[in-house]
Design a protein around this ligand. Structure first.
Ligand code: HSE
Length: 331
């Protein structure tokens, strides 16, 4: 074939995102190898049950239930199991062993991001999690790298696709919250525990991650003021509509300056009234949008799919290619 070096990729989890990641690695192998200068070899996919149904047909021999062993033999680990444990332990083991890690696990990064980043730094490994916020939309890398020289003052947006879907259907088509939730679930937008979406926990986790990166400081998820959409009624939506507004679940993080000159960060998630002529009012269905306000750059808006298997997999692959390139440059 060619002289490309092999990079062993260990995939942990094969739900809707994991299956799409595996598909993209297998289908786009040659193209990615040429782009990276190394071949991404899917060494294995760790799952709880080898025989569970998958969204994508994948070679059976790739599946294993031994996640620890897979981690030990991988150059890059992709964690898509979700939840705190065993993801936290496996990622820590991977980083301590010198592997780079890519994850979409917003709950884990919101709760343990600083500890995991430190574990990565200690061994010079890379921990990346672009897919954890707003799925397909590139937002963390722009905040961390493209805007690294600017002074960000505010980040606000719609970062939960399912609640946006529900509110949008209620607003535009008069759907009931129950009907809209059912469809959001069928589309795969809702978390396994929908409370995480409708009570604003998911958006608060994303707000924590956005705020921490934008403002170069630790913003604990407990410090995010959180209100969900469960109290929003059809009558409130209609009243907002008549007054020229739409109700959207917003996540807002902004830099605050106290009278004594010290800096702080305020982060909050709540259903807000948006004027119908504001660009965020035109963010429909499961889409997300993030506004960034920076001193020199002014206003920037990032828009796109905030949920979905292939869409989230796109961001995971971006992080994977970036990690793989480091091996080539370093190796
Ligand atoms: N439940 C999440 C959402 C999935 O609705 O946005 C993507 O993080």
């Amino acid at each position: 074939m060619n002289g490309y070096r092999d990079l062993r990729i260990g995939l942990l989890g094969c739900g809707s995102v994991g299956a799409q990641v595996a598909r993209l690695i297998l289908e786009h192998g040659d193209e990615l190898a040429a782009r990276i200068g190394a071949r991404l070899t899917l060494a294995g996919i760790a799952v709880r049950s080898v025989d569970a149904p998958r969204d994508v047909e994948l070679p059976r021999e790739l599946f294993t239930t031994d996640a620890e062993r897979l981690v030990q033999g991988s150059d890059i680990v992709i964690e898509l199991m979700g939840g705190i444990e065993p993801a936290r332990t496996l990622i820590t083991q991977a980083l301590q062993g010198g592997a780079d890690v890519v994850t979409a696990n917003k709950a884990l990064i919101a709760a343990h991001g600083p500890e995991l980043s430190e574990a990565a730094e200690q061994v010079g490994a890379q921990l990346s999690y672009e897919a954890a916020v707003a799925a397909a939309i590139p937002i963390l890398r722009p905040l961390r790298e493209s805007l690294a020289g600017d002074h960000i003052t505010r980040v606000l947006g719609i970062v939960n696709g399912s609640t946006n879907y529900i509110l949008d259907r209620m607003d535009r088509f008069g759907d009931s919250a129950e009907d809209a939730s059912r469809v959001a679930s069928e589309l795969g937008f809702l978390e396994a525990d929908p409370t995480l979406d409708v009570e604003g926990y998911d958006a608060a986790q994303k707000a924590t991650i956005l705020a921490s990166i934008a403002f170069h400081t630790e913003v604990p998820v407990d410090a995010v003021h959180r209100e969900g959409i469960t109290q929003i009624t059809a009558e409130q939506i209609d009243a907002a509509k008549s007054a020229g507004y739409v109700i959207k679940l917003l996540a807002i993080a902004e830099r605050l300056q106290a009278a004594d000159g010290t800096d702080g960060v305020s982060a909050r998630v709540y259903p807000a009234l948006i004027r119908r002529d504001h660009p965020l009012a035109a963010v429909h269905e499961g889409k997300n949008a993030v506004f960034v306000e920076a001193e020199a750059a002014g206003e920037l808006m990032f828009y796109g799919a905030g949920a979905g298997g292939a869409e989230t997999a796109s961001a995971v692959l971006g992080d994977l290619v970036s990690a793989a390139r480091r091996h080539v440059v370093g190796g």
